[in-house]
Write a protein that binds this ligand. Structure first.
Ligand SMILES: O=C(O)c1ccccc1N[C@@H]1O[C@H](COP(=O)(O)O)[C@@H](O)[C@H]1O
Length: 191
């Protein structure tokens, strides 16, 4: 968290998905979000979570944006009355325009590779599968790292990029130097 903030990240995410090696408890999340300054977006990531647990977390942890990474519907995502983004797990047979149209309340569409376990797999997908004219702002993710993110930013001009595995030294262990290199590469490519 400190490394992301020092590097100048616009948003930081907290994973509330217990099978993930990055999962945090609401107690830890509450203490972490207190370090986040104004104007940095506090994102909570959920995968097919129960509304009961999400509402309990929202009561305890100040979150600005919800990231739904499972099989949730638009109606499900909007019930919390918070801004949200919806992840699509990209594979050739998925019509991304139709998928995006089915989430009219979403702030953005996050594109991730199709992996077992729903996400955070460190795998890129074929960026040529992204159609022109998506009806939602695009957040690109999936296998991004300091070494390939400049190509992604220059080639696809996404609204934002998101990273997890690519800035880790081992699964679930963030690496401050890789975080700094990633954010620097994004800012350089966007200049
Ligand atoms: O980070 C996780 O553990 C995770 C678990 C379940 C769903 C999504 C998860 N992370 C998100 O997955 C994408 C891609 O991550 P990676 O960079 O390829 O590791 C990204 O949006 C993460 O926020």
């Amino acid at each position: 968290m400190d490394a992301a903030l020092a590097a100048g990240a616009d948003a930081v995410g907290l994973v509330f998905y217990s099978p993930s090696p990055r999962a945090v408890t609401s107690d830890l999340a509450r203490s972490l979000v207190q370090r986040i300054p104004p104007f940095v977006t506090r994102v909570g990531l959920f995968v097919n979570e129960t509304p009961l647990r999400i509402n309990a977390i929202l009561d305890e942890v100040e979150l600005d944006l919800l990231q739904f990474h499972g099989d949730e519907t638009d109606a499900y995502c909007r019930q919390f009355g918070r801004p949200f983004i919806k992840a699509a797990r990209v594979r050739p047979e998925l019509d991304l325009v139709e998928f995006a149209r089915s989430f009219p309340a979403a702030r953005a569409l996050l594109l991730d590779a199709y992996v077992e376990g729903y996400g955070g797999g460190g795998k890129t997908f074929d960026w040529t599968l992204i159609p022109p004219g998506l009806p939602l702002p695009l957040i690109l993710s999936g296998g991004l790292q300091p070494e390939n993110v400049a190509d992604a930013v220059r080639g696809l001009r996404p609204w934002a990029v998101d990273v997890s595995s690519g800035v880790e030294s081992a699964k679930g262990i963030k690496d401050a130097a890789r975080i700094a290199a990633f954010v620097a590469a994004v800012k350089d490519a966007d200049a």
